[in-house]
Structures are given as C-alpha cells and as structure tokens.
Design a protein around this ligand. Structure first.
Ligand SMILES: O=C(O)c1ccc[n+]([C@@H]2O[C@H](COP(=O)([O-])O)[C@@H](O)[C@H]2O)c1
Ligand SMILES: Cc1cc2nc[nH]c2cc1C
Length: 623
C-alpha cells in the first residue's frame, strides 16, 4: 500500500542530528514561552539563552523576567547573550531554549543604530543565525513574537521592527523542523508548505489543548483531534462504554477526546471506604484501586469485575535475527499456538481469575490459524536498526486493528481489558520506544529480555542505539514513531490501549513491552493513562522509566519478566478483591462496630458513673 502524508524514511541530510528544532510563535501573553518550556520538559539539562536583560530599572520588566524564571526549574542554566548564533555554534548539542527573537532583534537594531531613517541590512545577521540553527543537533526551541497581526505601527521605528521581525521569523521557520503558533494558550501546528496545508479527508478539526502529552504531528501534518463522541441518549456518560466506531485505517491515528474517570464517584468511593469496618486507610493501595475502578465504572459501590479479557498481540521483529534474544524467532509462532491451545502461563493465570484470553497474530513470520490471523498486517516487521519496521500505511492498519479489537471486546461485554504480547525480540523495539520518548541513553535501559548473555546484551545495546537514532526524528509524531521502530504488534497494542480509554474501559497494563506501547498510546490519546493500572513492575530497567513517565505505580513487584499479560493477570485477583471490599464489606453501622474517635457521651442520668468509667447503659456512641 502507498502511504500518505509524511514519510518515515530518512529525510534528514544530517544523519547525526537527533533533536527537533521548533519555532514557537505567538503574541504577547499568548502562552508561547510556557509551551516552549513544555517541549523541553523531558530533558534533565536545558540551556536557556536569555536575549533580553535579566536586570533593569524597569520594575515591570524585572517582574516579567522573574515570572518566567520561576516557571523554569533547576534543570535550566541561563546564559544572557545577544550572540545566540555564537552560543548555538559553541554548543550545538545541549537542549536549548531561546526566549525570544524579538528582544534579540531589538538589541541587534540597537547595536547597529538601525532605528533611524537609514535602512540597515540585516540579511547577513539572519543568515548567520539560521546557519547556526540549521546545524544544531539537539532539541532546540526558539520563541518569537508574532507581531504581524497587529496594526501597522504609527512610528518608523515600530514599522522597521515589525517588518524585520516578520522577515526574521520566516527565515528562522525555514531553518526549523516545526513551527507552531500559540494563541490564547492553544497550540496550532503550522504546516510546512501549501501542499501539506491542503485539507485532509479527516473532519472535524479542533485545536488541541496545550497539554504536554498532546499529540504533536510531524512537520507538515495538521493537528487533528476528534471531539468526544456524545454518549447514547439516556445513558450515563460515565457508566456506559462509548459506542464503538468502526476504525478506518486512513483515520487510525485520530482519537476522540478521552473522558476522565468520574471524579464524583471517586470521592463517593473514598467516603465509602471511611464507613467500612476497618481503620481508615488500612487496606492501603487496595483502597485506591477500588476507588479507581469505581470511578472508571462511574458507579459506587462498583460492580464486580465480571468479564476480564486478555488480548495477546503477537509478532516477529526483523531485529531478532541479529542475536538480541536468548531464543530463536521460530518460538513466536510456536508460542502463539501454545496460547491458542490454552497451555501458556497467560492461560493458566487467566483461568485462576476467570479471564478470557484471545491471541492475535499481527506480524508473526509464519502462517497461523485463520481466527488468530484475521488482523494480520504482514509477516515480521522490518529490522528497526536499518529500516522502518512498517510503512505508514501498515502502521495505520495495525493501529486500526488494535482499536477494532478493543471495540469488539468491549462490545461483547468485556468490563476490564488486559493487553499482553508475545514476540521473540520485542523487548528491543519496546526499549527503543521508551528510550526515545523518555530521552534516556541505551545503556541505562537495556535489559536481558528472555535472558540474553553478556555478548547478547552488547549486541542488543547496539541495536537499541541504532533504533533510537532512527526513532528520534519521529519523537513528536506518534504514528511515524510506531512505523519507524515499533512493528505491527506494538502498534496494534498502542491502538488497543488508547481505544480502551476512549471506550471508558479500565485496563491493567502488563510489563515493559506493553507499557512501551502505552507510552505511545498516551501521546495519541492524551488522558488515556487515567484508565490504566500498572499490574506489576518487570525486572526490565526500561519498565521503571516507562512507569515513571506515565506516572503509574505498579501493584506488584515480583521480579517477573514473562510478558503475555502474566503480570497484569497476577494483579487481577487484587483488583477484583479491591472492588469486592467496596461493594460487599459491612459498614460500621451495619455491623454495629464502633468507629474510631467514637467519643463516649455521658448522659444526664443522675446515676452516671465517675468520669472515665462509661457504663454500657449510659453511653451513646457518636461518630
Ligand atoms: O514485558 C516485559 O516486561 C518482558 C520482559 C522480558 C521478556 N518479555 C517477553 O519475552 C519476549 C521478548 O524477549 P526478547 O529477549 O526476545 O526480546 C516477548 O515474548 C515478551 O513477551 C517481556
Ligand atoms: C518460551 C517463551 C514464552 C514466552 N512468553 C512470552 N515470551 C516468551 C518467550 C519465550 C522464549
């Protein structure tokens, strides 16, 4: 199939460039600086090039500078300079924020005496700056005022500034990978050219909120977000799963707005916990889990979990041929047959909890049973070290398949979903995704997967390094990222996890591989992670980083590293118990048990005992 839109191929003429250069335009108080800072939030070290003076006799200016500084944290090193070209050239790697080009231009005009009637030629200055931007290799965010939307200024100096700034912005935009416009805190992606700006078949278009997790299309792709689907008439919008929509692959990466689990119900569940016959908080995290599930169901007390359902996404990966796993790729197809036959760990654990297991061959390098392969995208995904794992069209097909699977399972009554996976070599693409999105170094995050030895670990680290080098340029475009390195199984998983959230269905995440897909799903469908519970912490080092990135605390930490959905299933009995606690445990009133702080109230009876000796007949229990 021919892909549409952007290509995931090698488009950068400088193969060592890993960063993204973004020009953030906006008016005064538009939110442009805050948005620019959010783009660099994942970095532990950011250089801040302040183009304006940080001290002044102008108290209002000092207050503005202080407000900006307060928003930034200790990760920032500030360099006050107007030689921003020189600063970029002297360190072209460290993630850098330039704030902003307007003050830089004003300072340059000051220095050149450019405010007078004689025009000064800034072409060389612009070209030098743009060359420095073009050769910058790290993440770079440049803030600049969009002054062209105001009236033509009444003074020659004002007109000079507005004209020069417009010309400068256009030149800098051409040197950047992305350009966004911030208006009233809303971020609009500006397409690279007229062709890219042409209307896409997808409607409607709404501007996305300035969430740091909001999907950020690649340069040239308009931002597209579907509005939340209205609930069925009469249905409680939080208790009724959203209606299923058949997912067209051409539209696969566009998700409806994810609703928030019901906060009112969460509050009611928390209050109910206080009435149950136990000291407040004594069931620890089990209490939180019950509250979470009640808020997902939109009802308190929650209904028992009645149809937990596991979907195992299976696929082979070209990279597995390079000795990155302890097992040969043939094991994927063999294990798919084992799971379909009910003999794998996932089946055993599911039987214990009454869960149903489905296995889906997305990209196994062999023929599998027809019912298992009905969503199959291709035989084995490409080797991520040298080529795109999928074409963009295949990635869309896989994403749509994952979404359709979530829809099918929810429509057939699943009230809790578990994503699992099976695929020899899949910890390599999963680690590449986590490393890329969390901006970690490969050696920090490489684990031993199925149990590779030291030589295998070295090969795997090199493969992850190569994959991350290819993936980095797609860090702001989840679909391209999936196509570039994830493969069909992990892409389908991402679609499945995001769609479950759209359908307001709670999910227990499994190990590192599933959580890697979840990180991309959270980019595709901001807010989806509120519908997810982390079942366990796998021994893979990347898993801890992924959980931290998603702000999820695992239920179990049992040193597991199997995959298949096993860690999530190990947590399922606890989740079911957490629900039962809220729904079937007796309250203090029902059981006639005295609550804490039940202060004895002595009656007016003349026969009252001495203070401190309450008699059973004379004491009324208060709560
Ligand atoms: O998800 C995890 O935390 C996890 C950790 C280690 C191994 N796995 C499973 O092991 C397989 C991938 O391991 P490997 O060494 O072949 O990349 C794959 O089938 C996964 O289900 C999964
Ligand atoms: C046997 C086997 C079972 C698995 N289940 C998930 N990943 C696996 C990897 C292997 C090798």
């Amino acid at each position: 199939m021919v892909s549409r839109g952007t290509s995931t191929g090698e488009v950068n003429s400088q193969p060592t460039r890993a960063g993204v250069r973004t020009l953030v335009l906006g008016g005064v108080r538009s939110g442009k600086s805050g948005h620019g800072e959010s783009l660099l939030r994942a970095h532990t070290e950011v250089r801040y090039l302040a183009t304006g003076p940080t001290t002044s006799t102008d108290a209002e200016w000092v207050a503005r500078v202080a407000a900006h500084r307060q928003r930034r944290d200790e990760r920032y090193t500030t360099l006050e300079t107007i030689d921003i070209g020189g600063a970029l050239r002297s360190d072209p790697h460290t993630p850098t924020l330039i704030d902003d080009l307007g003050t830089w231009l004003a300072a340059e005009l000051d220095a050149l005496g450019g405010w007078g009637p004689e025009p000064v030629d800034l072409a060389e200055l612009r070209a030098t700056l743009c060359a420095a931007i073009a050769s910058f290799t790290g993440d770079l965010v440049i803030i600049s005022p969009e002054a062209g939307l105001s009236l033509v200024p009444p003074t020659p100096a004002g007109r000079r500034f507005q004209d020069e700034l417009g010309t400068l912005n256009e030149a800098v935009a051409a040197a950047c990978d992305r350009v966004v416009l911030v208006v009233a805190g809303r971020v609009v992606e500006l397409p690279a050219n007229a062709e890219a700006a042409a209307p896409t078949p997808v409607t409607p278009v709404v501007s996305s909120p300035p969430s740091p997790l909001a999907p950020r299309p690649a340069p040239g792709r308009p931002e597209r977000t579907k509005p939340e689907t209205p609930a069925e008439p009469g249905a409680n919008p939080t208790t009724a799963p959203q209606k299923s929509s058949s997912v067209d692959p051409t539209d696969a990466e566009v998700f409806e707005t994810v609703a928030t689990p019901d906060l009112g119900i969460a509050r009611a569940a928390r209050e109910r916990h206080l009435t149950l016959t136990k000291p407040a908080g004594s069931l620890g995290r089990m209490e939180d889990i019950g509250v979470w599930l009640a808020s997902c169901q939109g009802v308190c007390p929650p209904r028992p979990v009645s149809a937990p359902t596991v979907a195992v996404f299976a696929g082979d990966h070209g990279v597995a041929r390079s000795g990155v796993s302890a097992f040969p790729p043939e094991v994927t197809a063999q294990m798919v047959a084992n799971i379909a036959g009910g003999g794998a760990a996932v089946n055993v654990l599911a039987r214990r909890s009454g869960a149903t297991v489905h296995v889906f061959d997305m990209s196994v390098d062999a023929d599998t049973a027809p019912d298992v392969s009905r969503f199959k995208v291709r035989r084995s995904s490409g080797d991520l070290t040298t080529t795109d794992a999928l074409s963009l069209a295949e990635a869309r097909t896989a994403l749509a398949a994952g979404r359709a699977i979530a829809d099918e399972l929810v429509d057939s009554g699943a009230d809790l979903l578990i994503g699992g996976e099976m695929g020899i070599g899949n910890t390599t693409p999963a680690t590449v995704l986590i490393g890329t999105l969390s901006r970690r170094e490969p050696v920090e995050i490489v684990g031993r997967g199925t149990g590779i030895d030291d030589a295998g670990w070295i090969r795997k680290t090199a493969a992850i390094r190569d994959g991350m080098r290819r993936a980095r340029r797609h860090v702001h475009d989840p679909l391209s990222l999936l196509a570039s390195v994830a493969g069909a199984d992990l892409t389908a998983l991402a679609g499945f996890l995001a769609q479950a959230a759209v359908r307001r269905t709670p999910v227990i995440l499994d190990g590192m591989v599933v959580t890697a897909a979840a990180m991309v799903a959270a980019e595709l469908a901001p807010g989806a992670s509120r519908w997810w519970l982390a079942g366990h912490r796998s021994v893979e080092p990347a898993h801890t980083i992924a959980l931290h990135h998603l702000d999820l605390e695992p239920v179990l930490d049992l040193s597991m590293r199997l995959g298949e959905g096993s860690g999530a299933l190990a947590a399922l009995p606890l989740v079911a118990s957490a629900v039962d606690i809220l729904s079937t445990m007796a309250t203090f009133d029902e059981a006639g048990v005295s609550d804490r702080d039940a202060s004895p109230t002595v009656t007016d009876s003349p026969s009252a005992t001495a203070p401190g000796e309450p008699s059973p007949t004379a004491v009324a229990v208060t709560r």
